[in-house]
Design a protein around this ligand. Structure first.
Ligand SMILES: [Zn+2]
Length: 494
């Protein structure tokens, strides 16, 4: 792969230094659907001073080597079709272009992300110095942007944490060596991530297939409006490494599924559940037990949240909730609404469980903590292990689950003839592309005969299936709902 790129774009062409004005040469390649160009210009004011000119000096040999390595890395990392950087050196006038970056990628997301990554890396890695010349003197030679991170930064960054007598130097080392996986980069993760980065966790993995949506922003406050349409894991990783450049962030832009969960979870020490689907939580619970990994799970609903830590030998999530979701966490944020500040609070509590667990302090391993921000009530309830719990054995109540099917064909083999019933409320999209009845859950009246219930994420449908089953009515829920089954969705507008 590497040699393929290098054959097409010789090393010397990807990063160039020039003392002449930069003449942009725009890429053109039929494989690329998105071209992003960054132009850095000499501005006339900086820090309240009037800048007359600017001078750049490079340690050319090293700058070319590092610059080309950096562009090559961006091509691999973001799957780019092409990329180029030109950096001016020598004396520049106000308005001159100092840096020109252009990337060509199959899609806009990679193109934006790669351009931003390259500009940051350029500032940090490539030995180029600048001198601003003012009317009254100059700035002296300064690294274009001294790379943050490094020993002194790390020490200062961690000082207030290390001062805690429960932490100390030994605790800080344990935190620095820890690998923490956050599954689902939504509201909970947005609360947990800054706290974990701040605590000095050395490596954080992020799993989420989604892009940032406008409706996420009110509670997922580490994303900005400008991030809408961009990958959540990539934007969250950018947030983390901006806060603490020396840390390691591993990103997985995929959904957690039975097929990849084992490999992902095995590679980490602690798992934080940031998902909002009960099916994903059960999968995490089973797989974490299987690999003896501690899991900090939580859920939020309107103004209420709950959090608990499942340790390898303690009671598990399925001990507490063997079947359907409990009262108070039956909906997802999309369906039920959620107070923005709640997710940050609960996510921060999850991070605290991880930190305290690593430090050997007491955690919620045999209790569940309930918070209700409407009333400011905080309650702790004891949890105990349930004999014969499938979750404790690391088993996933999967295809045998009497209330769920993961594909419509399973319903056919279970029931013979059946009907698909969309129980989402009026206006929820996308519409189903298969023959179905539409009976919103809010005014559900069961039709005759066996049925497969479908909602957005398979949470409401599971609750309803459990309710119908208790009345002796044959019904199952489609696991994951429409969002997990794009093949059932109408590709039309919306
Ligand atoms: Zn259990």
């Amino acid at each position: 792969m590497r040699s393929f790129f290098f054959l097409r774009w010789p090393v010397a062409d990807m990063f160039r230094l020039t003392s002449d004005p930069i003449v942009p040469t725009h890429r053109s390649d039929d494989q690329a659907g998105a071209f992003v160009t960054f132009k850095g210009r000499v501005r006339s004011r900086n820090g309240g001073r009037t800048v007359l000119r600017l001078e750049y000096e490079a340690y050319a040999e090293m700058a070319l080597t590092e610059g080309n390595a950096m562009v090559g890395e961006a091509i691999e990392r973001f799957g780019l079709v092409d990329a180029e950087i030109v950096h001016r050196i020598g004396l520049l006038e106000v308005g001159d272009t100092a840096v020109w970056v252009e990337v060509a990628a199959p899609h806009r997301r990679e193109a934006f992300a790669a351009a931003e990554w390259l500009v940051d890396q350029l500032k940090w890695r490539v030995p180029i110095w600048k001198r601003e010349i003012y009317a009254e003197g100059d700035s002296g030679w300064i690294g274009a942007d001294a790379p943050p991170g490094g020993g002194k930064f790390e020490v200062e960054f961690g000082r207030r944490m290390t001062c805690l007598h429960e932490v100390g130097e030994a605790g800080a080392r344990l935190l620095g060596e820890a690998r923490v996986l956050i599954v689902g980069v939504g509201g909970l993760a947005v609360g947990a991530l800054p706290a974990l980065v701040g605590a000095g966790i050395g490596t954080i993995g992020l799993v989420d297939p989604d892009e940032v949506e406008t409706s996420n922003l009110h509670r997922q406050t580490l994303f900005a409006a400008a991030d809408v349409g961009r990958g959540k894991v990539e934007r969250a990783a950018a947030f983390a490494t901006r806060l603490r450049p020396g840390m390691r962030v591993e990103t997985f832009p995929h959904a957690l599924e039975a097929t990849n969960a084992d490999a992902l979870i095995r590679a980490y020490d602690w798992i934080v559940d940031g998902t909002d689907s009960f099916a994903a939580k059960r999968l995490l619970n089973a797989v974490c037990r299987r690999h003896r990994k501690p899991l900090v799970t939580a859920s939020v609903h309107r103004w209420e949240g709950q959090i608990m830590t499942v340790m390898p030998d303690g009671p598990c999530l399925a001990c507490l909730f063997p079947q359907s979701p409990p009262e108070g966490c039956v909906g997802t944020c999309a369906e039920e609404g959620v107070y923005g500040g709640l997710v940050g609070l609960v996510g921060s509590l999850q991070a605290t469980e991880v930190v305290k667990g690593i430090l050997g302090m007491s955690i919620l391993d045999r209790e569940v903590l309930l918070v209700d921000l409407r009333t400011s009530d905080v309650t702790r309830l004891a949890r105990t292990s349930r004999p014969d719990c499938e979750g404790c054995r690391g088993e996933l109540p999967g295809s045998d689950d009497p209330l769920e099917v993961s594909r419509l064909e399973q319903a056919a083999s279970r029931f013979g003839a059946y009907r698909v019933v969309d129980i989402r409320e009026v206006g929820e999209r996308p519409a189903l592309a298969v023959p179905h009845l539409h009976i919103p859950m809010s005014r559900f009246d069961p039709p005759s005969g066996p049925m497969v219930l479908v909602c957005a994420h398979g949470v409401r449908s599971l609750v309803l299936a459990a309710e119908l089953a208790s009345l002796g009515i044959p019904a199952v829920s489609l696991r994951g709902g429409v969002s997990a089954h794009p093949e059932l969705a109408d590709a039309g507008p919306g």
